[in-house]
Write a protein that binds this ligand. Sequence first.
Ligand code: SAM
Ligand code: SF4
Length: 446
Amino acid sequence: MDDRDRRKGFYIQTFGCQMNEQDSLRMADRLSREGYSHVADLRRARLVLVNTCSIREKAQQKAYSFLGRLETLKRRRPDTIVACVGCVAQQEGPRLRERFPFVDLVVGPSHVGGIAELLEEFGRTRTPRVEVSQETGAGSLDCEGVSRQGSVTAYVTIMEGCNNFCSYCVVPYVRGRERSRPYESIRREVGNLVRRGVKEVCLLGQNVNSYRCSETPQRDFPGLLEGLGSVEGLQRVRFTTSHPKDLSQSLIDCYGKLDVLCEHIHLPLQSGSDRVLSAMNRGYTLEHYLKKVDDLRKAVPEIGLSTDIIVGFPGEDERDFESTLEALEVIEFDTVFSFAYSARPGTRAALLEERISENEKRERLRYLQECEARIAARKNARMIGTCAEVLVEGTSRDGRHLMGRTRTNKIVNFEGPAGLLGRLCSVEIVKACKNSLLGRLAAGQA
Ligand code: SAM
Ligand code: SF4
């Protein structure tokens, strides 16, 4: 690469959740259209974007340590532009430039769509800028459709922000209040993606159940799903995340009604103790949650269920922790994402005094993950001998098999020709592994 190429080379480092991955894809897409090109080697970049996450302290520390490493790069090549984007940028604002004075742009998540304009302005003025004003409109969510190169699955952001203020969570502060994207804009994006070969979309938002756009108030979340059901060529729709308190019967009814809707739901429980759930401000009890699971399983007995659990919330005692373990035994989730509680600045829980030691949190997390591995293995073993519809997404990690997902969101690896990429196949499950299933292509599929 010569110096002329380097002028427009950009490198993106992303930390955190799927929402951030999606924001990074959107920025990359926008920059490519402005004549920038992605470089895989950080040292060759003219522009370095660091997309940060502040959901837990660890994620924030990882971003800081990456930013710290950029100081040397910037000293060696002062014309390199460094932009810190995302939730840490939003949370820290001007303080971020006090800590890392070489950062040129500090950009909050609601300004991701305007990254090209901010860079253009910086190119003209060479004046560092902190853009962290909170947008209230949903216009910044507009997108023509972005997905990883050649991917048959894609994420589509349908809403941004959150109004729930769970006492541990920084999202409402860094991503602002809830705003939903207009239905037509979502449908257009999904249509574009399908024309480019995408077969499955996952609708993304902090609380998709409360999707409601002011321009089309009659189209709530079930209405949006119904509308997308008629996009020609779209084979599967998923969504994440749902809040248990807002999971309506009309959404549950969609599972039986819409062929395109995959039988899976991510429904964060967070804790099995009512005392802790109340301190977390989650707005439901365990009984209420169990009833929702019951309703879901009545509608679709084989529905795939995943969840998030936090261990070591301030004041969580042994009995509370036991209640969480019991809930996992009773519910039998397919997948559990578990986290040690991390105090976040500005949240109500950060003011609580009954802190659990880091050691204890680590111990509870380890124990919970062991229990969950046993439960998931037991559940996966029941699938041996059954047949499942699998959408082939690519190859397995070791490159030896094709990899796809069942409608219930289980990863299945199996042998088959590369030509099956993007196709729906019927696969017989022959073995249950730790985080995936091993399958065999049903006769007549190759
Ligand atoms: N909106 C979703 C919901 O209601 O569950 C999830 C948003 S958050 C990005 C993903 C998960 O991170 C949460 O479900 C929670 O389990 C975890 N999380 C959020 N704040 C946390 C904190 N302060 N410490 C540990 N885990 C946290
Ligand atoms: Fe955070 Fe709660 Fe909103 Fe999820 S629902 S983003 S956990 S405040």
